[in-house]
Write a protein that binds this ligand. Sequence first.
Ligand code: PLP
Ligand code: ZN
Length: 435
Amino acid sequence: MPLGLVAGWSCAVCGAHVDVAESMVWRCPNATDSDRHHALQMVQAIAPLRGGDDPNPFVAFQRYLAWDSFAAANRMTEEARTAMLRKLDSDIASVAGIGMRTTPFARADELSDALGFTTDGGVWVKDETGQVGGSHKARHLVTILLHVLTAESLGVSPWTTVSERPPLAIASCGNAAFAAGVLARAVDWPLRVFVPPHADPAVLSGLRDLRAEIVECPRRDGDPAGDPCMHRFREAVAGGAIPFTVQGTENAWCLDGGRTIGWEMARQFEESVVGPPLDRLYVQVGAGTFAACVAAGIRMGGAMPKLHAVQTDSCAPLRRAWDNAARLGGSAVAASHWSECMWPWENVGDSAADGILDDETYDWLPVMRAMDGGGSPIVVGETHVDEANKLARKTTSVNASHTGTAGLAGLMATIDEIDPSERVAVVFSGVSRSS
Ligand SMILES: Cc1ncc(COP(=O)(O)O)c(C=O)c1O
Ligand SMILES: [Zn+2]
């Protein structure tokens, strides 16, 4: 009988299976440098979603985490697992001032009025700006960190002493890098951050304060197409670094903790809102990891709203993939037509929502599937990106970035297509650091 709810992973493309007990397996075993078109998805038992009332979602929803099943399968007792969650959280709090927290999710009355919703309907805002690191990114990274801490403490890691720890590696110069910096510092684990040559100096100085090693990545002669930071990151991982990344295709374990936000939303809505469930969910999409996790988490709560994945017209590879897959037979066949559906956006433009300009929607497959059943991708122009942020500021007290309010831009761009009595959710996913 399995010890935990999660049995392991299976690849949506080639069907390979990875048992949950296996340590330090980050990608499909059949993925190679020349064939990255593989995507591990979680295999888990169906269980009603019940959260405890602990303010730390990783404790409240411990039994649903793949990490919990991994540690249990490697004979760590339940008490030891909870103790590890609490220890990590107090280490995080000693660096960030706060631990991982359940964030607010409530109807935004003024915003709902401004958009013409009736009192039955409205917009519910999940405010993630007060999370550790100022965005949802730490949620994804915590389960990778728990995995390596557990492997180390149980003696199933390739290193034996703390001084032999391989570095954590991430390619980012935004919220994800910052969250990685806070978490790595909390446990004194060396972190290498691969950044573009013109990264924001404020972010870099914040990372240096957290003692991260910054690796600038200009394009090199002979580099293949694509982001040079990703090339250097992948080289580091090939050399033994731990992919401390928020792309499920580079490390599936980030898909685990990311779901805590969806679990919270499902429980909070059910416990505090009378009447029908959510009709729609608008989520901003860069790598797609966030939308995949929000959707997976909410679905475990029972009622799955229509998912609208929001990108800007500066970079919209997901809508292109959706249209191409529709011609080939829909999301059900997308995995076997990866190259014909998803490839890097050729000329990425600028946007104030700069956190969703990933040229490739790495975790596109789970987002495509989550949009089945009436959802759709939405592409917004810069006017809506700006207007959404202004409206969010005017009608709520949340100091969110343009990336953080880009889901709302998707709602505003399509407001004429929905009924004013519908109930919709958005996530203000990141704080604005510029004001
Ligand atoms: C605040 C914020 N929201 C949303 C996203 C998009 O998440 P993903 O890249 O997983 O699609 C990002 C990514 O950087 C972000 O920083
Ligand atoms: Zn595979």
